[in-house]
Design a protein around this ligand. Structure first.
Ligand code: NAP
Length: 336
């Protein structure tokens, strides 16, 4: 892959704002994120919650805020590498090569780490053949609803993700069974009551114990969590929604100065490695606040310093965007 001016690790609000700022400064950018969707925790953890402390928004739904960050962040054409994790950082000349778990080699001049709490990985059920059926019957998220058209789905979990997908897929799935290990739910009460009154078949007090099929999933064995009785459920897909685990993971091995699981930075958001910056929840310095409001400023500052590192003749101050002709679509005239 081509060398970019800046690689941004983490496609949450800070990473997306860094991508926007890179574009504003005429820099090419690439975003790497372990999740299939951009937006970080806004999208993955609390899409339906209101956020009240983003400058200029008295109140905004997290999913709408994420949509705005994505539109703003991608307008200059940042490349996306999703569902992959940056695993190695190798110094090459004046820049770096980032290697990913999927085997990509991504050259970059500078790096902005905005990895939040670290790479998010969906929790696996932990049963035999789970990896074998990954993406051919077992899914840890829904990227494309149409792939489940007419299919018999087993959705596992009792949290908001499981209930949201029951509601979202009901119109296109052939049938849906919700498999949950008890009869108490973490999901919003309103979602629970909607699903209870829908066509979804609630299999409570059950856990998935076995996967069946030859190359393609054909069914699962469910075990009653109290009586231990088993039964077979024919299905085409298991959608697992049993939470996420986050960890700094391989970033910890890159030689960065780490303090309590965070990356130490100076007032320019530079780490101890040349050309490597860290912003947002993943970085630490005296007086650090973990807020989207402050993270956006950190993104702008880090990218402007990265710009002057790549081009020593460039000014640190980016200028005022209101005086620039960005040619970006006016959100007020968006057709959506
Ligand atoms: P979650 O709230 O952590 O729920 C995970 C569910 O999976 C729980 O019901 C849990 O059961 C079950 N579970 C965990 N480990 C399991 C295992 N090994 N086998 C079987 N079941 C297991 O996860 P989530 O639904 O992905 O949500 C994550 C966060 O994002 C939450 O804070 C949620 O509110 C938020 N979120 C919000 C929205 C929304 O606002 N619409 C949408 C998506 C996510 P137990 O209850 O028995 O532990």
């Amino acid at each position: 892959m081509n060398q970019v001016d800046v690689t941004i690790i983490g496609g949450g609000p800070c990473g997306l704002f860094a991508a926007f700022y890179a574009g504003l400064r005429g820099m090419s950018a690439r975003i790497i994120d372990s999740l299939p969707e951009l937006g970080g925790q806004l999208t993955a953890l609390y899409p339906e919650k209101y956020v009240y402390d983003v400058a200029g928004f008295p109140k905004v739904l997290a999913k709408d805020l994420a949509k705005g960050f994505i539109e703003q962040g991608l307008q200059f054409g940042a490349e996306l590498v999703l569902e992959d994790t940056a695993s190695e950082l190798v110094r090459v000349g004046e820049g770096y090569e980032i290697r990913t778990l999927a085997g990509k080699m991504l050259p970059t001049k500078t790096l902005v780490i905005s990895a939040g709490a670290g790479a998010f990985q969906p929790t696996k059920i932990g049963i035999p053949r789970e990896d074998e059926f990954h993406e051919s019957g077992v899914y840890y998220g829904v990227r494309d609803k149409s792939r489940f058209k007419g299919k018999r789905l087993a959705i596992v979990g009792g949290g908001d993700s499981a209930f949201d997908w029951c509601m979202n897929l009901e119109d296109i799935a052939g049938s849906i069974s919700l498999i949950h290990r008890r009869d108490v739910f973490r999901a919003h009460e309103e979602s629970v009551s909607k699903v209870k009154n829908s066509s979804v078949n609630m299999k409570l007090w059950y856990a998935v114990k076995e996967l069946h099929g030859n190359g393609v999933l054909s069914g699962v064995t469910l075990e009653h969590t109290q009586t231990k009785e088993t039964e077979r459920l024919d299905c085409d897909a298991v959608i697992v929604n049993i939470g996420f685990k986050s960890s700094l993971g391989p970033i910890k091995t890159w030689g960065l100065e780490i303090e309590k699981n965070q990356i130490r930075v100076n007032q320019n958001y530079e780490t101890n490695l040349p050309g490597v910056f860290a912003i947002g929840d993943v970085c630490t310095f005296p007086g650090k606040l973990k807020l989207i409001a402050t993270g956006a400023g950190e993104a702008a500052t880090a990218v402007c310093f990265a710009k002057t590192m790549i081009d020593p003749a460039a000014k640190l101050f980016p200028g005022h965007s209101s005086e620039m002709d960005l040619g970006a679509p006016d959100p007020a005239h968006s057709t959506e």
